[in-house]
Write a protein that binds this ligand. Sequence first.
Ligand code: GRF
Length: 325
Amino acid sequence: MPETRAARARVAVLISGRGTNLAALLYASRLPDCPYEIVLVASNDPQAGGLAIAEAEGIKTFALSHRGMDRTAHDDAMDAAIRSSGADYVALAGYMRVLGDAMVARWTGRMVNIHPSLLPLYPGLDTHARAIEAGDSHGGATVHLVTSELDNGEPLGRIEVAILRGDTPDTLAERVLFAEHQLYPRALADYVSRSSDPEHLLARVRELALALPNTHERESHGSPGWRVGSEKSGKFFAYFSDHHHGTPHVSLLAKCGSMDELDGLVEAQPHAYHKPAYYGASGWIGVILNREGLDWDDVSDWLERSWRQVAPRSTTRLLDAADEF
Ligand code: GRF
């Protein structure tokens, strides 16, 4: 049977200027196996050079000047265009507008930016001049998640660029730009692949499972699992299942409240839940992890629920007491 190609993540790119990073992202997306595609290029400046590149390459564009508009209204219009393009992610590439908190909140975990410094050094403007002035040996660039604090979200990738004797902000900027063009497509590709990368998913589940009191990891039939209680007599409250019995799912198996609840969830939300082979019959639900839009707070809730069902009363009391504070 021919292997079906996984759907690529859809990315909207926001620009304000010439769009060389956009071009780097775009041409990387046209190479084989790139896990993302660009579905929209949007700008707050209708004259932005990058818009012409996008048009020539057959990519949808949207331009709306921010002049005379308040920030929220402009953000909302950009957001509407992004949503109607079907984008899963937003990549800021020289977008020179500060986004309002509401816009940032709507795209939490799905909006990235490239900044021309080795963050946390030099957020904001004039990064190259500041690095030279400080006598730094290297400048560089950082790709990071966007949060409401300027240039302060989780870094997803960094690249260093040596500062040469005699560098000016312009000569350094020129070399950093080459580095940016290498970094951004790679960091974006890695980031959008996380949602289907079993290793990444396992690491996150492990972190959440082991954050619950009195837990440890134990393999079960070749799969990682987590138990509550002592090493000797603990009980499993979660398993990690990676394409178990040929299913397309990477999932967390957690104890469901009842068979009715399990069947109801699987029927109503088949993209989010499945009934795992063998385990399903004894009340374990498969919470599907390898999907866009997964909410990790839900995963955390499932782990806690399951843990509560299995943990001895003396242990759940610990968490109840902690919850009261
Ligand atoms: C880049 O230096 C990027 O780091 C910064 O804005 C500049 C955009 O340049 N955020 P370009 O439009 O991609 O050429």
